[in-house]
Design a protein around this ligand. Structure first.
Ligand code: SF4
Ligand code: SF4
Length: 203
């Protein structure tokens, strides 16, 4: 049988000290207030740093309309192919109007039919979906969007019964979030602001 190596005095002290340090850490955490919550009965709202699934950002003056300009950069850069964007179609063009010319005029002399200028498709998405089942939260879409129309949500309470529950319609989500936003405060008339400033200066 191998004989156990005898510890020196300082080796014994070092070992005892590491035990004290370990107990100190345990004790400190033991008396700390509890920070876990009993989900789903309780939730926390101070999770601004949490990076959840991506979501759309609304226009400053129209929070229910996405800033997206349908450049498709996010769609082509997403490594998981989980974003689908469908651009709004251009408005239907009116038929070319018949030029007013006498009927008996020979064809060669008829004025040429003028094609109206082609209507441009608005740069607005009609569909913007995310399949969160495939998303790896790599953040590429957030980085490449030229108009900062994508951001991380702090939606940490995700649960579902099927994969379908994680396929998100982000345009509908944006509208829902905008509807919950508080109404902007009414603007004060310039005279009221002047009066208020004068009163504050006097005080
Ligand atoms: S975070 Fe990455 S994987 Fe997820 S949608 Fe954006 S680009 Fe795709
Ligand atoms: S990168 Fe931005 S602007 Fe381009 S399609 Fe995606 S969300 Fe829209």
């Amino acid at each position: 049988m191998k004989e156990r190596k005898k510890l020196t005095f300082w080796e014994t002290v070092k070992r005892q000290w590491s035990l004290v340090v370990g107990l100190k850490v345990t004790g400190k955490n033991y008396i700390k207030p509890q920070i876990t919550t009993h989900y789903p009965r309780q939730t926390v709202d101070n999770i601004s740093t949490f990076k959840g699934h991506v979501q759309l950002v609304g226009k400053p003056k129209q929070p229910d309309v996405a800033k997206c300009i349908c450049c498709m950069l996010c769609v082509t850069s997403c490594p998981s192919s989980c974003i689908k964007v469908v651009k709004m179609k251009p408005p239907k063009e009116d038929p070319i109007p018949e030029a007013a010319a006498p009927k008996d005029m020979p064809d060669a002399a008829q004025p040429a039919k003028q094609a109206p200028p082609k209507a441009k498709a608005p740069k607005t998405p009609v569909k913007w979906t995310l399949d969160f089942n495939l998303c790896s939260l790599c953040g590429t879409c957030v980085e490449v969007c030229p108009v900062k129309s994508i951001e991380y949500s702090n939606d940490s309470y995700l649960a579902g019964y099927s994969r379908k529950d994680f396929e998100y319609d982000l345009l509908a989500d944006l509208k829902e979030r905008a509807a919950k936003m508080p109404a902007p405060a009414p603007k004060k008339a310039p005279k009221a602001v002047e009066k208020e400033t004068a009163e504050q200066a006097e005080a």
